[in-house]
Design a protein around this ligand. Structure first.
Ligand code: XLS
Ligand code: NI
Ligand code: NI
Length: 437
């Protein structure tokens, strides 16, 4: 079969290279902090942006053709498979993620759609075997169509709930068939526009019911991977129930779902929630719920989910710092839930964007390892909290202190409490000196 892209395999050439089609920082087999860079980073191509999104926005039609030379719907989706796998192979990306609707045409009915999926899935499987590429996670698109305009699992209409269940069942079957170890729920319409028409209690209970149904079905079919919830505060819905990591943690705890679920953290969703990317990752790290990452970035001047390819080195450094401190990924990875700008409308741009994103995370990994090895930040934090290592602080931590004993202690102090400087600027300068050394 002829090639789709007249671009060679992308190789590591080092930071001095000016070849745009080369990696400057991502050297997949290089061992760093005990693992290869590929093992740390586990890059994944997202099917929806890379092989489907054509640049359509609210004000204009597509700017890039993703039909890959075909016209018949099922043919178009076959060509997407071949083109996608050629691209992943050339970029050295070992994983991919998909929604059911990304990989096959919908046809005229749900039954038609499932038949179309059954045509495409074996082709994907064959390409996975050919190139040694794996599935990071699968999911179902339960948000695009009119039937989901008031939600899927949280719809006021039971038929919408049932329809979503059918999609989720099939998407789980495909995930298992393709050997995926992750299954994602992103609740784009699982929220509300106004409380005036919303039974929030029932919607939350129903959402949890759907998740439990999915878990029990998937486990009965032998799925032993992780389920992920991908938090996002808003867009498309005004308020989404999976607002941020802390909110999702409370939800999972309330409904007893923490054994099966972890989180899929997307950088641009963190910033929409008013948090940094690293804040969301820290919440996951300290609660043992880091699952996977949708690696992208937003734009501070735009208030929506722009899903840009990640190029901000501070963001990737702090993200990799959290991921390393969390012990790295188990089944998750760095999925580029990212698209080129509407004006970057060639397939070359899509290669260049992935190279930029992979290099940004590779550099972030290198920087994070250097920061950890440098040790000054860890040491600073340890010293900052050292009053809890002995004396009254240790009594607090060990659960030995009572309100009375603390009161007696405070009354016995001869001077007022004198907290020391938090040294933020000094610490920021350490980061700069480590990154730029
Ligand atoms: C949209 C989400 C979506 C999920 C998968 O904002 O990021 O693409 O990653 O449904
Ligand atoms: Ni995402
Ligand atoms: Ni997004």
């Amino acid at each position: 079969m002829s090639e789709y892209f007249t671009i060679p395999e992308i190789k590591y050439e080092g930071p001095a290279s000016t070849n745009p089609f080369s990696f400057k920082y991502y050297n997949k087999d290089e061992i760093i902090a005990g693992k290869t860079m590929a093992e740390h980073l586990r890059f994944s191509m997202c099917y929806w942006h890379t092989l489907c999104a054509d640049g359509t926005d609210m004000f204009g039609i597509g700017t890039i053709d993703k039909s890959f030379g075909a016209t018949d719907p099922i043919e178009i989706y076959k060509q997407k498979v071949y083109a996608g796998f050629e691209m992943m192979n050339k970029l050295g990306i070992e994983y991919f993620c998909f929604h059911d609707r990304d990989i096959a045409p919908e046809g005229a009915s749900l039954a038609d759609f499932q038949k179309n999926l059954d045509i495409i899935v074996p082709i994907i499987k064959e390409q996975m075997e050919k190139y040694g590429i794996k599935l990071l996670w699968g999911t179902a698109n339960c948000f695009s169509r009119a039937r989901y305009m008031h939600g899927a699992a949280t719809s006021p209409y039971a038929d919408a709930f049932a329809y979503a269940a059918a999609q989720i069942k099939k998407a789980i079957d495909i995930t298992i068939e393709l050997g995926g170890k992750g299954y994602v729920f992103w609740g784009g319409r699982e929220g509300y526009e106004t409380l005036l028409n919303t039974d929030m209690a029932l919607e939350n209970d129903n959402y949890a019911r759907m998740l439990k149904l999915a878990v029990s079905y998937a486990r009965s079919k032998g799925f032993d991977g992780d389920f992920y919830i991908e938090p996002k505060p808003k867009e498309p819905t005004k308020h989404q129930y999976d607002f941020d990591s802390a909110t999702v943690l409370g939800f999972l705890f309330k409904y007893g779902l923490l054994d099966d679920f972890k989180l899929n953290i997307e950088a641009n969703h963190a910033t929409l929630a008013g948090h940094t990317f690293e804040h969301e990752l820290r919440i996951c790290r300290i609660n043992g719920i880091l699952g996977s990452v949708d690696a992208n970035q937003g734009d501070n001047h735009l208030g929506w989910d722009t899903d840009q390819f990640p190029t901000n080195i501070y963001d990737t450094t702090y993200a990799m710092y959290e991921i390393l401190k969390a012990g790295g990924f188990k089944y998750g990875g760095l999925n580029f839930d990212a698209k080129t700008r509407r004006g970057s409308n060639t397939m070359e741009d899509i290669f260049l964007a992935h190279i930029a994103g992979m290099d940004a995370f590779a550099l972030g990994l290198r920087n994070a390892v250097k920061l950890i090895e440098d040790g000054r930040i860890d040491k600073f934090i340890e010293e900052r909290y050292s009053s809890y290592a002995s004396g009254i602080g240790k009594d607090i931590v060990d659960g030995k202190a009572t309100l009375e004993s603390l009161s007696d202690y405070a009354l016995s102090l001869t001077e007022d409490v004198k907290p020391e400087s938090g040294r933020q600027e000094y610490l920021e300068s350490i980061v700069n000196s480590v990154i730029f050394s």
